[in-house]
Design a binder for this molecule. Structure first.
Ligand SMILES: Nc1ncnc2c1ncn2[C@@H]1O[C@H](COP(=O)(O)OP(=O)(O)O)[C@@H](O)[C@H]1O
Ligand SMILES: [Mg+2]
Length: 254
């Protein structure tokens, strides 16, 4: 009994430790873009940590630096100064290939414009990350079917993007983003092209995936409908973090 109780305690401690681990650590981040003869400061004095399993959002007006910051976390652009550590990789000192490998194996991306390949079916679009990760065909089929079921598109597996609604396209993109069970998903304005009903549906799917897979999510958004679901809201203004709030009781369902 005692052994079992202590094993349970150890397991719960392990979970506790895991959920306290930082998936992202940003220190003194400065990002400047060259413009004309000078430069434009897009991010300044950014210090942020994101823990495993967080469902958080970068919120701010257009031009406040949300996409620039997501690009830094995704290792798609390098900082002018400061450090960005993602899933235990120091992105500043990592090679181009190491960053690409991290994205491929451990990260998922969701964009406003879905970015689906038009000549591919839903199945083929969702399968892509698994092909890149060299997963064998039988396992690929199993994982694709599971991901497509999570987003409620099993009856559309053979459809192409032109035969889908905007909401269905975004659900396909979500399945593609999570099919390889990434540790971290970055979503840039994922509901910007969707109506209210589809936006809520998308957010409910993502809340469920966050809970089921323990995947961490970071959104960039100025959509009020997204904010209702977030467990942490980080406000950006003119490239600086102005507020960072934990939301005790986010909306979980309609
Ligand atoms: N490659 C670039 N060159 C110059 N300026 C840029 C570049 N990328 C972004 N910016 C500028 O940085 C600011 C923040 O942009 P962005 O991160 O896209 O904002 P948001 O996603 O919050 O709308 C904007 O003023 C934008 O014009
Ligand atoms: Mg943006």
């Amino acid at each position: 009994m005692l052994i079992r109780a202590s094993t349970r305690l150890m397991q719960s401690k392990k979970r506790e430790n895991m959920s306290n681990k930082n998936v992202v650590e940003i220190q003194n981040l400065l990002k400047q873009f060259p413009v004309g003869g000078g430069f434009f400061t897009a991010l300044k004095d950014v210090n942020l940590q994101f823990k495993t399993g967080e469902f958080s959002g970068l919120v701010g007006p257009s031009g406040s630096g949300k996409t620039t910051l997501l690009n830094q976390i995704g290792g798609l652009d390098s900082p002018t100064e400061g450090s960005v550590n993602v899933l235990n990789m120091d992105l500043v000192n990592a090679s181009h290939n190491q960053r690409a490998d991290l994205r491929k194996t451990k990260m998922g991306f969701i964009f406003q414009s879905y970015n689906l390949l038009p000549v591919y079916t839903v199945f083929e679009n969702v399968e892509l990350p698994l092909i890149l990760n060299k997963i064998e065909s039988k396992k690929r089929k199993e994982l694709v079917e599971q991901a497509v079921e999570w987003v409620g598109l099993t009856d559309k597996l053979e459809s192409r993007p032109s035969q889908l609604s905007g909401g269905e396209c975004q659900r396909t993109a979500i399945a593609r983003a999570i099919v390889h069970k990434p540790a971290l998903v970055l979503a840039d304005e994922p509901t910007a092209n969707l109506d209210a009903k589809n936006s809520h549906q998308i957010m409910k799917i993502l809340v469920n995936l966050n809970q089921e897979l323990d995947t961490s999510f970071i959104f960039a958004t100025h959509d009020e409908k997204i904010m209702e679901y977030l467990k942490r809201i980080i406000h950006l203004d003119d490239g600086q973090v102005t507020q960072d709030d934990i939301i005790e009781k986010p909306k979980m369902s309609l």
